[in-house]
Design a protein around this ligand. Sequence first.
Ligand code: PLP
Length: 370
Amino acid sequence: MFGERVLAEAADGLPAFVYDLAGLRDHVAAIRAALDGAAELYYAAKANPEAPVLRTLAPLVDGVEVASGGELEHVRTVLPDARLAFGGPGKTDSELRTGLEHGVHRVHVESPHELRRLAALGRAVDVLLRVNLSVDRSNAALAMSGPFGMDPAAVEDCRPILAEAPHLRLRGIHAHLASGLDAPALLAQSAAVLAWARPWLTGVPDPEINLGGGMAVDYADPSHRFDWPAYAAGLRKLARRGETLRIEPGRAMTVYCGWYVTDVLDVKRSHGAWYAVLRGGTMHLRTPVTKNHDHPFTVLRRATAGPRTAEPVTLVGQLCTPKDVFARRTDAGSLGVGDVVAFTMAGAYAWNISHHDFLMHPKPRFVHLT
Ligand SMILES: *Cc1c(COP(=O)(O)O)cnc(C)c1O
């Protein structure tokens, strides 16, 4: 069924990003149902900030996390009523001012200097302090160590700044420590964050703890999904009355709803290895380059007469660089010119992280199935 719709789209020109918005709605509704109030659900817009995606998510989330002035203005325009949490390192004064003008729900403060600059703007605002705890991140796909948030000692340095700026309302702690954790690993991390945050927040009424995103996504096995019911059950055990828990996933919410669909332009054997050269390239879908993985795909056979590959075959794009590789030595079967290749899991950190203008090939089309 989906294959037929993709082939129908292919007739109108490739490459194309095809988004299954109905599938996205079902997926996020299932996450929400699993959470069942265990935590508020924000969406980290940087995973995919495209307007149809945001509009699909809006009724299913409690808010949106934005990480720059650009994302802030964009999400505010698309979703005028959404609650926004404004995070990200290196916020400028003008970005902070924009946040205040747009009435952001929470500012996630990344350093004592940023807190001072926010205080100097003189406006009432609700803040969470972002802490960078040293927890075990060895099994994470991406450890957010480095300039993200504050060491516990720097969080402590925020106390006197807050004491002198009563218009800054401390509401809680924010932590986003790693990406790519499965439910047990993320629960262990959440427990560590809570154990640190609770004593620190003594005296703060109705404290909030934002436990971040980073729910694992398995590109090697797309059917292997993050265990939301297990995570929610664990959160419910960790929760205490009188406090609000919040999470802000990105990738695990939107990755499954997008396909990058293209077709085979040429096939060749080079120094003993088979290659299929696809229309487009990693300037549209940079994910396999940044993650250094073989991107999952399905093939819709359409080839007629003409040259074919043997196996294994490496899928490359049109860029003049050996880095333009989607997947190496795959067992996709024989590919012929005209076959359609649909890369799955292209709904997050895909088009929006890619170098669109490199080599100036045509841009893909965008198709939204509802
Ligand atoms: C990127 C980011 C997220 C989302 O991370 P995912 O791995 O996409 O779930 C959440 N919070 C912050 C602060 C981030 O920077």
